[in-house]
Design a binder for this molecule. Structure first.
Ligand SMILES: [Fe+2]
Length: 314
């Protein structure tokens, strides 16, 4: 009980307080260049400091065709081309969480561009859950060592001269992070565009009430904070993909969590909506690869790597 109480107290510390303590005032403005993958509706972001050319790549995509089991690097190559043309130095390959809808290209990007691969420390919980589901065996470490760095809530880092801070925002999965880099925040799968709403909370370890509290915490950032999203699915009446908004716009207009929506109202809406959603097309391959930090399982005796397909288990 003690541990839970402390965790809840910690979660109540406003994001704005953490950010104020961590960064210079006024916040510096990183340049954000985004790449959208229509196959998985994922926005990857390259964030860089224009003064130093130091950069981070957030939530990259490894192309994967589930029919053939083939991977490709077209999406990731576009990022490599941009980074090289702009003359940037990549310090970080950041994951907001272990994605269930696309495979990460972080290890391949690291081979091309360098940088440290990082995710939230609670990835160990995700590894434990999915290690069991996929019966991964003892050679699958569940201590996060596949990643170069595991972030904790409130941890500071920098991209060139721009201060950055990590917020732990669980609910969609136990390990979700938001990265606040200068005047820009990267929300991962917590909140989407105001006209689309929020992320689902029904994956293993997900929790709608926790997601609500994480989102309200994120929305305590300054209203003019630029907010970059991990996905967009268009919304009824909108025919283009959009992945950037502001904290203020979300507080005013988000259809699920605008100011005034209570936790119980949100949980009722989110739970009912999640019951109508099918599983993401790539959840089984994505989770097996992403729980390994983006690496495929070891090859079998014939030299071929295999992904498993659990039957009637998910
Ligand atoms: Fe996700």
């Amino acid at each position: 009980m003690m541990t839970t109480a402390i965790a809840q107290d910690k979660a109540l510390i406003a994001a704005e307080d953490i950010v104020r303590a961590a960064r210079k005032t006024p916040a510096r403005q990183p340049v954000v260049t985004s790449f959208f993958d229509e196959a998985t509706f994922t926005a990857s972001h390259v964030v860089h400091d224009p003064e130093t050319g130091r950069a981070a790549i957030i939530d990259s995509v490894l192309d994967y065709d589930p029919a053939s089991g083939r991977t490709a690097h077209d999406s990731a190559q576009a990022i490599v081309d941009f980074v090289r043309e702009a003359g940037l130095t990549v310090d970080w390959l950041l994951e907001t969480h272990a994605h269930a809808d696309h495979l990460t290209a972080a290890p391949w990007l690291q081979e091309q561009l360098g940088g440290s691969i990082a995710i939230g420390g609670a990835i160990t919980t995700v590894q434990d859950t999915f290690g069991k589901l996929f019966n991964a065996g003892e050679d699958f470490a569940r201590d996060g060592t596949q990643f170069d760095h595991l972030f904790t809530d409130g941890e500071r880092f920098s991209i060139g001269n721009i201060d950055a801070v990590v917020l732990h925002v669980p609910g969609h999965t136990p390990a979700d992070l938001a990265y606040v880099i200068g005047d820009a925040a990267f929300a991962g799968d917590t909140i989407f565009m105001p006209d689309y709403g929020t992320a689902r909370a029904d994956f293993p370890g997900g929790d709608a009430g926790q997601l609500y509290r994480s989102i309200r915490r994120l929305l305590s950032l300054p209203r003019d904070t630029r907010l970059f999203l991990c996905h967009d699915y268009k919304a009824p009446g909108r025919d283009n993909y959009v992945w950037e908004t502001t904290i203020g716009a979300e507080r005013d207009d988000n259809i699920h969590v605008h100011d005034g929506v209570s936790e119980s109202e949100f949980v009722a809406m989110r739970t009912a909506r999640d019951r109508t959603l099918g599983m993401p097309r790539l959840i089984l391959p994505s989770v097996q690869v992403n729980m390994r930090g983006g690496h495929m399982p070891e090859p079998e005796s014939n030299g071929i790597r295999y992904l498993k397909m659990p039957v009637d288990a998910v």
